[in-house]
Design a binder for this molecule. Structure first.
Ligand code: PCA
Length: 322
């Protein structure tokens, strides 16, 4: 009898897990077809397989569930249990979040990986204080500048309305005497079409996703930095999972970070080729332009070091020591 009760109890348990499988909505900000979003979907599938269906993650791309600038708050407050956001978008909250947008500090994929290795522990801790668990991060390709005409020096940029996506990009605009305006990638095409913005800095990836050749003619491959997206979980939602589900999230996240980074690397040249194939002039910045931007970068590096204080210095030291 005892055994029967035990059996009934365990059957009831399995029934309730199968029945009550947890479903997590995962807002992401960028185009559904973008490799970050596609990678997020594969991550979700891997978690589903690993947990035997006990945790189902449903990705909502393109800012369809929450807009990019709403996603962190939504996850912090538990409106969504998991999400993806541009890490440096939080630079206004804490300068350390902008470690990946310091001009010319880490402008290749190798350097970006190294810098991430140096910064990750700090980000884990800062996010843990905000009720968030950091899972994985994938970089964007190197950032270049898009214009509607030939640009040979920073002086050529004065007065242009410049679309910014974080504090660092707004600062580039200010230092070049342009007029910064914050616009999410999802709204970029519209901002260019309506003249709200006339130039911007981003990867070939976002230029491709938003078909910016309809409005832009020149891309300068400045390789200024590789900003990162990160995927994070509400800490209460995390604590509500059993150890097996947590292990599944961690192991799937490790794979997603490696796969997404590889994909970014593979696509970088392809994206630039698509800009050229659609009529844009894609080129390295000229000598004067590069010298001017190096000057802008030096100012911004000093400002970031000042704002990020001891924590920032530890990241830079660890990066340089590696
Ligand atoms: N694309 C995003 C962030 C960096 C990038 O390459 C954007 O432009 O919003």
């Amino acid at each position: 009898m005892k055994r029967l009760i035990g059996l009934a109890a365990s059957l009831a348990f399995f029934a309730s897990t199968a029945h009550g499988a947890e479903k997590w909505d995962m807002p992401m900000a960028y185009a559904d077809s973008n490799y970050h979003t596609q990678n997020g979907k594969r991550f979700a599938e891997a978690v589903g397989v690993c947990t035997g269906g006990a945790l189902e993650i449903v990705v909502h791309g393109g800012g369809s569930l929450f807009k990019g600038n709403e996603i962190k708050r939504a996850v912090q407050t538990g409106q969504a249990p998991i999400g993806e956001r541009l890490l440096s978008a939080h630079q206004n909250e804490n300068a350390v979040f902008g470690f990946d947008s310091v001009p010319f500090l880490a402008s290749s994929f190798e350097a970006s990986d190294k810098l991430w290795g140096a910064a990750r522990g700090k980000l884990d801790a800062i996010l843990a204080d905000q009720n968030l668990v950091l899972l994985y991060s994938v970089p964007w390709p190197p950032q270049g500048m898009y214009f509607k005409r030939e640009i040979n020096a920073v002086a050529d940029m004065a007065g242009i309305k410049f679309r910014a996506y974080n504090a660092a990009t707004a600062r580039v605009a200010e230092l070049a005497e342009m007029l910064p305006v914050q616009v999410e990638a999802a709204e970029l095409s519209q901002a260019l079409a309506t003249g709200v913005a006339e130039a911007f800095i981003s990867s070939g990836s976002t230029g491709y996703d938003r078909k910016v050749w309809e409005h832009m003619s020149h891309f300068y491959d400045t390789q200024a930095w590789l900003p990162r997206n990160y995927v994070f979980v509400n800490a209460d939602a995390w604590n509500g999972l059993d150890a097996q589900a947590q292990n599944c999230l961690r192991s799937s996240a490790m794979l997603a970070e490696a796969a997404g980074t590889t994909r970014a690397r593979e696509l970088t040249g392809w994206y630039l080729a698509q800009l050229a194939a659609n009529g844009m002039s894609v080129q390295a910045p000229g000598e004067q332009l590069m010298a001017d931007l190096t000057g802008v970068g030096a100012t911004m590096s000093a400002e970031w070091a000042e704002a990020a204080g001891a924590e920032g210095a530890e990241i830079i030291d660890a990066y340089k020591a590696d």
